[in-house]
Design a protein around this ligand. Sequence first.
Ligand SMILES: Nc1ncnc2c1ncn2[C@@H]1O[C@H](COP(=O)(O)OP(=O)(O)OP(=O)(O)O)[C@@H](O)[C@H]1O
Ligand SMILES: Cc1cn([C@H]2C[C@H](O)[C@@H](COP(=O)(O)O)O2)c(=O)[nH]c1=O
Length: 208
Amino acid sequence: MSGKFITLEGIDGAGKSTQLDTIQHWLEVRGVVVRRTREPGGTALAEALRPLLLNTPMSPLSEALLVFAGRHDHVTQVIEPALARGEWVLSDRFVDASFAYQGGGRGLSQDILKTLETWVCADFQPDLTLWFDLDPDIAAQRLARARQEGDRFEREERAFFERVRAGYEARSHLPRVYRIDAAVEPRTLAEQVDGVLRRAFPSLAGSP
Ligand SMILES: Nc1ncnc2c1ncn2[C@@H]1O[C@H](COP(=O)(O)OP(=O)(O)OP(=O)(O)O)[C@@H](O)[C@H]1O
Ligand SMILES: Cc1cn([C@H]2C[C@H](O)[C@@H](COP(=O)(O)O)O2)c(=O)[nH]c1=O
């Protein structure tokens, strides 16, 4: 039986990466083999593209072409083979990020993004997407507290992240997307995640 594909989405600093361990543990104690990955990245080629994307100024179309080039490698070399082996794939970002960042944030047309999505993903979609929704001011405070030197996305102004957030909101009608209120402490966030996983995968919902 093929595995399931779960993606985590949200603006920078929303707290996705912090919840990845929780989700991986939730699955593994139920006997699921988890393949954890991320975008941009996930393969040698896509990881090589990642610093270019995060650090080199470029046009919105170049950004989109690079993320989709990496995504093609990621889907064909890592995600699909893992799912075929029956593993569950947990990815920190996937295609919704392109609609939110390049579409919402940078203003690239939906038609271009849909065309790239069709070329690269055909009808391949995540089974479940957790959208960590957070006010950009709170996200910025979290990143500032972490004192990391921001990449060129993280250094964007509030208005950019408002547009990215709106880009995610515009996709939240998709049945696979569950909105998580990320403006809460990590333990409360983990409780929401637990609730979503139980609803999405009722056969695993019982205590392990
Ligand atoms: N629920 C939370 N409440 C307060 N701080 C949090 C919460 N979750 C994570 N943090 C802190 O906020 C910062 C960003 O968290 P994290 O790296 O998980 O976010 P992210 O969504 O993965 O961001 P990015 O997309 O930029 O990698 C970290 O310093 C983390 O410790
Ligand atoms: C997949 C994808 C990502 N991005 C941007 C969004 C983030 O700012 C960075 C990745 O950083 P993270 O710390 O790993 O979250 O990349 C994008 O603009 N478009 C995409 O498709």
